[in-house]
Each structure stands twice: as structure tokens, then as C-alpha cells.
Design a protein around this ligand. Sequence first.
Ligand code: K7E
Ligand code: CUA
Length: 661
Amino acid sequence: MSDKTNDQNPELKAGQFRALTEAEIASLPGQPGNPGRRGFMKMGALAGLAGVGGTLLTGCGRGATGDQPVAGKAPAAAATSMPEGHPTEVAPGHLDEYYGFWSGGQSGELRILGLPSMRELIRVPIFNPSFAIGWGITNESKRVLGKDFPPGGDLHHPHMSQTNGRYDGRYLFVNDKTGTRVARVRCDVMRADKIIDIPNVADIHGMRVQREPRTGYVFANSEFRVPSPNDGRDLDDPKKYQTMFTAIDGDTMEVSWQVIVDGNLDNTDCDYEGKYVASTCYNSEEAVDLAGMMQNERDWAVVFNIKRIEAAVKAGKFKTIGKSKVPVVDGRHGSPLTMYIPIPKSPHGLNASPDGKYFVANGKLSPTCSVVAWSKVDDYFDGKLKDPRDAVIAEPQLGLGPLHTSFDGRGYAYTTLFIDSQMAKWNIQDAIDAYAGKKVNYLRQKLDVAYQPGHCHTSLGETRDADGKWLVSLNKFSKDRFLPVGPLHPDCDQLIDISGDQMVLVADTPVFSEPHDAVIVPRQLMAGKIKRIWDRKDPFFAETVAQAKKHGVVLEKDSKVIREGKKVFVYMTSSAPKYGLDSFKVKKGDEVTVVVTNVDDIEDLTHGFCLSNYGINMEISPQETSSVTFIADKPGVYWYYCTFFCHALHLEMRGRMLVEA
Ligand code: K7E
Ligand code: CUA
């Protein structure tokens, strides 16, 4: 597979690309007369050829991206020249056009990438402890994580809050499948500020936000069926297992209501009117083993009628389970609150189109996607449509293993084919016409991706602003795409240019396990929303500030030690290259709280506080206060030192904790 590099072509530097010619595009898989996969492999070799007379990708109409000059840096390189050795178009010193908010999968974190460079900009620990910044170590982060937080999480789905079907840059919401949790991340500082446990259920998987009128609700699917309450009763009696759909109030981060369903829920998405939210639902067999779960030819998409559920809750038609006070309504088959649409077979992804008309349920074990019209859902709840299956208005056959679909806002859909390792581009209206019996070809192109794609996501594709520029394919296998690094391979996220008639693969990016989903947001939308230094009044450390105030300490200038019995509070400032205290003394067994306030107000001048042999490190960014509490159980001399290289005398930025025996 090294034929996609430029090894064979000394005229192009590694990482240089050019636009495909018409002839090359015609030979892509899915094109008339295409030579199939092997031919595409050859195409890769072609892409490495010619630099002579070939147009580089930067020349394909988009112009140099990220072309906002950075003060003191050279202006953007001419559109025809690629920065050396860089896989995409953003030259050194220039900025990306889009933010990508990336799931970190079983690493438990959220990642922020820049697009189109696909550079990882930063990691935001959420369900995972992070020694680098002290997440899970500082008191401030522990207040968010809760008391007995688990060692990590499995984060699949990041989605940004919306207002009127458009990203609003307030929050990102993420799920934790293994910990049955949902977290909210503040977009201004990119820190989680609320993490909640979802009661009565297990394994939060699919998660989306309400689009209209705003977020509003955050919807969460729990995937695995368990007894509820899950307290040791009905252990091996799967008939008594169940799962539920959960609506969370995104403003208060409290659970609003839950709906009991048949089957088990997978992915979810909602309409553009604030009326409905739909979930794919597999294992309609309600089995507990693999063979049992694959019996039925059709499972469901379940549509939840938000207004009716709210009315039922208001009218008191609910129960509560165990200690939880959350109202639980019954939405199983026959309930007026839900609609069960038969969908082949064990459907996985569920994606609403940005024109507000449809949602697509992806067949997974069927080679089809099912297109459902929201208007038919209206008809069903109005009693005008008897058979829920009649809400399906198209069922295009796309290839093997359709998992997720994205949209470009121009009437096209892009579906990942896990088994075929391809991305299928198809026309929605043509698929509808074909389903109605017309002889039309809805399939436009199949592009090989490497390999086994899960989610795909288009720029702004889950909002009214879908701009049809970029598509990412989040591939589970990278196999031979990168240098070998041991038995565990990185995943491979690929960037695809969809601005033209044909999809064109432009970048491979290795990523650590395991991004499931991502959202792509233009930088203009975030402009002015992201803080570059902390506000001293920030709620993230307000509790620590209040505690200092009780001690009569002014955090911005005081450095002192206050003892209350066996509790010792050590307050110090940090200002490059010095802590406010060169040393402090405690006694063995004391409970010590160290509070560090970074009084530097220069952008990017972060300090660290690392306490040797006590397993403590934390980040203190400009104007931030961070604190940590521990038992001084080892007598002796322990240096604390700064871990963020902040000054020429950074190595000298340290002090001693003296622990008396
Ligand atoms: Cu398809 Cu968890 Cu969204 Cu993975 S899910 S791929
Ligand atoms: Cu402060 Cu390094």
C-alpha cells in the first residue's frame, strides 16, 4: 500500500497531492467502467505521479485555507505549493478553517482537531484521569467527576449544543458507554463542568442534542438490557431485562424523563422541529447471545413523541424505579408515545437530513439504508398512517455493512460500508424515486477507504448549515497505512473532499483508539467564544476561591500556610519563574491542601505543580486557581516543581515540602 505515498515520484515531496483528472475520477470504484479495488490501488500510484502539469489540491477552488496570517508570520504560501512534508493544505503558522471535536473512544477523552490539516490540537480529559493536567487529581476536577469516579470511560459521541438547528458554541455533550454517564463540556474553556450518572439503565451509547428550538434536551440511548432496578434480582431471567430512552435537561444536567422500550437502543437523532427523536433498536429478539440477537430480519427505528411524553409525565402517568425520582413512562409496543418502524436488519446509525425532511437508519446486517419521512411520522401519530412501515419512503441498496450516514446539504448522502471498506455517495431524491418504481440510479460513487469505516461526518452536516465541503471517514483498521508500531495499530481517520461531484481522498491521519464519531465546526462560529486565559470569577474554581476567602486569603497575592488541626492549607501564587512559597512544613499524617494561583496573565504562560513521589501533578493556566488534597503520609523532603516549561528559569521553579516524622 505504499503506492499512495510519493516514494515512486521524486518530483513530489512526501505528502503532496494533486487533484484527480477526469479520467482518473472515471476509473474510481462505483464509476461506470471502473476497474474495481485493484484499479483504485493503482490510482493511488497515479496520484503520486505528475506534479508536472498536475493541479495540487489546494488549487481546486478552495484556495489556501487557514489563510488568516498570524502576526509576525509569513503570509500563506501560494495556493499551488504544499507545505513540505505536511499531509494537507495548512501551511506552518496558518490556522485551520474548522474545529473537529473528536470522540476519544475507550481513552475516555474528547479531542480537538484542526481541519483540513487533521492536526490534533489538544485533548480534553473527561472520563479519564490525566496526569498532564491533573484531571482526576485536582479538587476542581473531582467536583465534576464525583466522589468515586471510575478509572476511565468509553466516549463515543460528541455533539455540540444547537439553537434553531445551528451550532451555538455553548456546550459539547458526550456519552460514556461503560460508566452509563453523560458529560457536558463548556466550550469557552473546554473543560467538563457536569458529569451525571443515568439511573435505571446500563451503558449509554447513542447520544444527540435537541435542535429546535434549542438544546434543550440531550437524548441518550442505553444499549444493554438489564433488570431494573439492577440490584441482584432477576439475574438470569432475561425476560425481565429492559432498557430505556433518556431525556436530560442540558441546562441543569438533570434527567427529565425516561421511556421503557422493546429491544435495545443503539443510535439516536432528532428532527428539526422539536417534535420527535428516533433511535435505532436492534435485538428485537431480546436475546442475550449472539445467535439469538440475529434472528429477526427486521428490527426497528423507534420514534419518540416528545410532546406526548411530556404530557404523560405532567399528567402523572409514570412510575419511578428504586431510589431514582426520574419519571419513567412505558413506551413499549402499543404505546401512544412511540412508533416502531420495522427496519432491516439490526440497524445501527440514525442520521437526520439537514433539510429537515428525513432520517436515515443504517442497516448494518442489511445492505440497505432506510429513509423515513418525518411527515409520515406526523401522519402516524395523527392516525392517518396505519402501518408504521409505510413511513419508509426509500431503501437504497448501498453495499455491505452500512453503519452511518452524513449529508452535504445538496441532496446527497454519504454512507460508510463497514464490510466493503467503502464510502457510498448517493442521491436521496433518486433513492426515493427508485423506491417508488422509477428506473433511476441513486448511487453516484463508491470510494475505497482504509479500512472498515464506522462513522462518517460532514462539515456542519448535522445542522441546517451543512456546507458540503469535507467528509471524514473514521476507520477502525489502519493495517498497512502507517509504519508498524506493534500489534496494536492506530485507527485511520481519512479526510475526503466532497466539494466537487466526486469524493476525493486527501489525507490519512493515524489516531489513538478509538474515535467513533466527530463533529466539524467552522472556526468563525467559535470566534470570540473560546477564552485564552481564565477569568478570575470562573465557576470552575469558585469553590476553592470561597474556601480561601474564609481563611482570609487573597489568592492573587497571598502565599501562606493555615493550619486547622490536622488539616493544613498551603496557599501560594505562581509567577514565572517562582512559586510564592519556597518551602512549607507539615507533619506526617496531615491532610494537606495545596492551592496554587497562577497570577501571570500572559497568554499560554501555564505553570504546573508536581509533587515528587506523591503522584501529584496539576496544570495552572494563566489566572487559574488549582488545588489538590492529599495525606502527607511519608516523612522527608519532597520537592515540588513546575512541569510546564514557562521561563528560562523553569527548572529552578520549585520548592520543598518538609514532612516531619
Ligand atoms: Cu457506530 Cu458507538 Cu456511534 Cu462506534 S458507534 S462506529
Ligand atoms: Cu512555571 Cu515552569
